[in-house]
Each structure stands twice: as C-alpha cells, then as structure tokens.
Design a protein around this ligand. Sequence first.
Ligand code: CA
Length: 278
Amino acid sequence: MRVLVVEDDPALAVFVQKGLMLEGYDADRCGDGETALELAAELPPDLVVLDLGLPRRDGGEVLEVLRRDWPGSLILVLSGRADLQQRIRCLDLGADDYLVKPFSFHELTARCRALLRRRERHADPMLRCAGILLNRMERTVSYQEVALELTTKEFALLEFLMLRRGACCTRAELLQHVWHNSPEAGANVVDVYITYLRKKLSAAHQEGGLWSSPIETVRGLGYRLRDLHRLPRAESSVHEPAGEPPSVPGPSGVERSETAGLESGTADQREAGAEHHG
Ligand code: CA
C-alpha cells in the first residue's frame, strides 16, 4: 500500500515516513502542497497523511483537489489545528479521518490500518497485467500461474510498474517511488533490480511455457510494463520477446515530467501546535 506523507516539518515527516515503512507501507513524503499534488498526479496514493499548514498550497486546498481528482485515495488529516470547526470542515471536504498533533504514532498507524481495512472490504487488492497477478494485501505474485518469490524491493518495483502499466516509468520516478531517493541507492540500482525481475519472470516463463518477460526498456528513458490492452507499442521499445504479434502503430514514448525534489518547501516549519487557523 502506498502512503504519501505531506508534512513541512522535515523531522516529523521523516519520522512518520520511516515509521510507516517499518509498518510495511511504501511511504513517500513531500514538504509542500504543490509537490503533493504533483506526486498524486504521477501515481495516486492509497492513503495521504496530510498536514494543513503547508507552504506553496494550503492543506485544505490540497484536500479539496485530492478529493475531487483522486476520489479513490484515502485522506487522513494530521494537524495541530484542534478546533471543532476545522475538523468538521475537513471531514465535510472529504477527509476520511482527522488526527490532532501532538499524536501517538501507534494511534496514527492504527488509524491508517483501519482506513485501509475499510477500503479493502470494497476494493480488489489484485493487480493484473501481462499475465502477472499481484496481490497487494497478501504480497504475493504469480506470472502465468507460476508463483514468484520476490524481495521487498522487487515487489515494490513490480507493483509500481503494474500501477502504471502501459506507461513509461523513468529511472528518476522509480528511484523516487521505490527507493525514496535514498542516498544509499546506487546510480544503477534501478537497472540492477529490473535485471533481477526479468530473470525471475523468465524463469517462470521456462516453467510456464510460452511467455517471456513483459518488462520493456524505453530507450533513454526507463521501463514499461507491456500491456497490450492499454497502449500501442512504442517504436522506442527494445527487449522485444520472440513470437510477439507485430506492434500496433501509435504514439510513442509516453513522456512524463520529472518529479520535483522532495522537501522543496520547508519555509514553514512551525511547531504543529503553533499552526494558525484557516
Ligand atoms: Ca505545517
């Protein structure tokens, strides 16, 4: 499950992000409202933990846009604004929950779990694409009905490619969303893990018969999970498996804007309890 933490206090943002990652969530973070909306546009998160007092775009405004444009994302407001009117306003705008700072981290994760559980009762946890079946709740993967054993990073990488199936994922996007721009991740970590994934998919192919790795290289840009039902094949694609039907002519290379850097707005680092109303 992908969680986006929108918090302009860098120490608090890192604390919440790392804590959520330890709980097994794939957590991204950013420090201002504008970047939050850009990240959500790239890949709608399952859950947004949203501060209200934010630079560049107020949290209330972010909440309205998120709810309008990504109705499937859950929103938990985490704010120092404790007054009743503010809480009612946020819930009326579409927030799914509201937690007041200072807060207990255990309560935050309990509320996250409760929200996601509630949603999972109504949502299909399965991603299906190109013969791959990925269960986001049970964290299992199969390819052509052959079960795959993936590491945490391999799973997150494949999940991201599946969520964006048919579209090119740049190395920068993969570094951000899967490795969270960790300084420990080497420059070629994306390529290395793509190789791991392709090997595992190819091994399943040898067991299962007619299929090969559906991960295509988009030359000079990144990678794409082939989805014959969604997107015509781009001319720039390489890694063409043998025996495929001819490409359908169509628009090439879906270009995506590079994501703005994290923590791009940290001007407003007021203590949570000192946030102003409105
Ligand atoms: Ca704030």
